[in-house]
Design a protein around this ligand. Structure first.
Ligand code: ADP
Length: 234
C-alpha cells in the first residue's frame, strides 16, 4: 500500500491531536503537530520561540513563512517515509498551496478528514482540559478536582492549563479558524481533494478513531485498486 498522507482538519478542540495520537499508533506513521512543534520552540526559548509566543498566547496564527519552513523540514525526516498525519496544518490557503506543491512533487494526494464539533461543545471541552507539560498528553479535568492536583499518568508531572486555553483566547482561536482556516476546505475541494466530514463529538475518542481507521482502510483499498480512475498513493 502507498504512503499515507493524512490531514486532520477541524477547529481548535475538535480532537485532532487526540485522534492523531491514536491513529499514529494504529497506522504506524509519523504525527506532525505544528502546535506541538511551536510549543517546543517556545519552551526552549530560542529566537523563533520568542518570536511566536505572544501570537500563540493571544490565539492568533503564526506567520505562514515560519510554519511552512518548519513543516517542510519535518516532512522530509526519515520517520515520514511510510507516511504522516498532519495535525493543525494547513491552517491557511497559503499553507495549503505549499503542501499541495510538495505532495504533487512526490506523486501523493492527501486524505482529508474534517472533524466537526459544535462551538459550544468546544468551549466547554477546552476550558476543562489540562495538559502534561512534559509529554504533551491531554486530559479532561474533573470538575471537582482542585487545580494542580492532577498528575500525568505517564510521567507523574503536575498537569497545567495551556495559556491559550482561557475562554477569551479560545474564542479568538475560533475566530481565526473561521476567518483564515475554514477557507482551506473550499480550496482543497477546488483542487479536487475529497474532504470527509466526520462528527468529532457524540462518541468516545476510541470509537471515533475506529471509525476513522475503517474509512482510511476503505479509501486506501479503493485507491490501490485504482477504481476511482485517479490512481496515486493515499
Ligand atoms: P488547536 O488546534 O487546539 O488550536 P494547536 O496546538 O494546533 O491547537 O495550535 C496552537 C496554536 O499554535 C495556534 O493557536 C497558533 O497560534 C499556532 N499554530 C499551530 N499550527 C499553526 C499553523 N499551521 N499556522 C499558524 N499557526 C499555527
Amino acid at each position: 500500500m502507498g504512503k499515507l498522507s493524512l490531514i486532520l482538519f477541524g477547529p481548535p478542540g475538535s480532537g485532532k491531536g487526540t485522534q492523531a495520537k491514536l491513529l499514529k499508533q494504529s497506522l504506524g506513521i509519523a504525527h506532525i503537530s505544528t502546535g506541538d512543534m511551536l510549543r517546543e520552540r517556545v519552551a526552549s526559548g530560542d529566537t523563533l520561540g520568542r518570536e511566536v509566543s505572544g501570537i500563540m498566547q493571544s490565539g492568533g496564527l503564526v506567520p505562514d513563512e515560519t510554519v511552512n519552513r518548519l513543516v517542510e523540514d519535518r516532512i522530509q525526516q526519515p520517520d515520514c517515509e511510510k507516511g504522516f498525519i498532519l495535525d493543525g496544518f494547513p491552517r491557511t490557503v497559503s499553507q495549503a498551496r505549499l503542501l499541495e506543491g510538495f505532495l504533487e512533487g512526490k506523486g501523493l494526494r492527501p486524505l482529508v478528514i474534517h472533524l466537526e464539533v459544535d462551538y459550544n461543545v468546544i468551549i466547554a471541552r477546552i476550558s476543562g482540559r489540562r495538559q502534561c507539560p512534559t509529554c504533551g498528553n491531554v486530559y479532561s479535568a474533573k470538575a471537582n478536582a482542585p487545580d494542580g492536583s492532577l498528575h500525568c499518568d505517564y510521567d507523574g508531572t503536575t498537569l497545567v492549563t495551556r495559556p491559550d486555553d482561557r475562554e477569551e483566547v479560545v474564542r479568538e482561536r475560533l475566530r481565526a479558524y473561521d476567518q483564515q482556516t475554514a477557507p482551506v476546505l473550499q480550496f482543497l475541494k477546488e483542487t479536487g481533494v475529497t474532504v470527509w466530514d466526520v462528527r468529532g463529538d457524540g462518541d468516545s475518542p476510541l470509537v471515533i478513531a475506529r471509525g476513522l481507521e475503517a474509512l482510511i482502510r476503505r479509501e486506501r483499498e479503493k485507491w490501490a485498486g485504482g477504481r476511482n480512475g485517479l490512481g496515486g498513493a493515499v
